[in-house]
Ligand binder design. Structure first.
Ligand code: AFP
Length: 311
């Protein structure tokens, strides 16, 4: 079943369908850029973004592609992008807001590791982008990996579509994604080990414990590309942790356009998320590029980590 056929078979509202088709067309352009054109996609653009991070050439390409894709949609009032300090006002009374990280994990482009695009869709209310993640109407990511996949969550369910690269159609390959309640994967950058909270260290040590036969109980996987790390854990069962650290006292990941959409997809597939104080989806953002500590994954593993904070 193609994405279009799937949308015809559901009764999501037509505005949501249109946004999904915008993401579809933008992501196919991204696929073509990365896999078929390959000219001028590597390396730094020489610019820094609002967070003082180096902007890669493909970051700018992705930003332009998706802004262009949404620009034509009169249902979208504003776009918030990781690559733009200010909100982009499309100057219409559209009912929806889009927050996006057009290219997550861009430091991985030059070494051929999967990257992704992340989208959060909110109603256009007077709070603007400063709404709890629980208010999201739709959350979506695209992973450009060994295959290109579009995963989205709506109405409490999560779906995955894989791009057939011959006819450039997304095909439903993962209907009603359900994440395992527990798993054996833990994903964390252990380079931060010595500046993490003691509870996180305790959890990592627990993951490294051996069973009575002397075999490992967990496996460590961290690729440094949130979408790829989350996607694997969602399908196989596991936990992703990016806590506050000495280098990143507020956390590394952005609440509105990285953590919220990923947390929403996790919830709709049966997983859970937290900033280690409260559920990520209940956090009221204070500013548009806010960072946060982020834990997401299989319910039982998230609960186990949180239980260490209660002792
Ligand atoms: P970029 O989008 O700036 O490349 O950042 C990627 C990311 O936010 C996320 O995808 C990773 O989980 C995380 O950074 C990796 O960061 P560390 O290098 O600090 O582990």
């Amino acid at each position: 079943m193609t994405l279009q056929q799937f949308l015809n078979s559901k009764n999501f509202n037509s505005e949501i369908n249109e946004i999904l088709l915008n993401i579809e067309s933008g992501s196919i352009k991204m696929y073509e850029k990365i896999n078929e054109e390959t000219d001028d996609i590597f390396g730094s653009s020489g610019q820094k973004n609002v967070q003082d991070e180096e902007v890669q050439k493909l970051d700018l390409i992705a930003n332009d592609i998706f802004i262009h894709a949404f620009n034509t949609n009169s249902n979208i009032a504003k776009i918030l992008s990781e690559e733009n300090e200010d909100i982009i006002d499309l100057k219409n009374n559209g009912k929806y807001l889009i927050a996006m990280d057009p290219l997550d994990g861009s430091s991985n482009i030059d070494v051929n590791i999967p990257v992704g695009s992340i989208f959060s869709i909110l109603k256009n209310t007077e709070d603007g982008f400063l709404q709890n993640g629980a208010n999201q109407k739709l959350a979506c990511y695209v992973i450009y990996g060994t295959t290109t996949m579009m995963v989205f969550a709506i109405n409490q369910a999560a779906y995955g579509f894989t791009l057939n690269t011959k006819n450039k159609q997304y095909v439903l390959t993962h209907p009603n994604i359900s994440t395992p309640n527990t798993g054996n994967i833990f994903s964390i950058n252990e380079g931060n080990f010595n500046s993490m909270e003691k509870e996180i260290i305790e959890f990592i040590n627990y993951c490294k414990e051996l069973n009575p036969d002397g075999k490992r109980t967990h496996t460590g996987r961290f690729i440094g590309s949130l979408v790829a790390d989350f996607h694997r854990n969602m399908l196989k069962g596991g936990i992703f942790i990016y806590p506050t650290t000495a280098d990143r006292p507020q956390g590394q990941l952005r609440l509105i356009y990285e953590c919220n959409p990923i947390a929403f997809i996790a919830k709709c597939s049966g997983g859970d998320s937290t900033n280690l104080t409260q559920n990520i989806l209940d956090v009221k953002p204070k500013n548009i590029h806010q960072r946060t500590a982020f834990v997401v994954g299989s319910k039982q593993m998230v609960n186990q980590l949180l239980s260490l904070y209660k002792v």
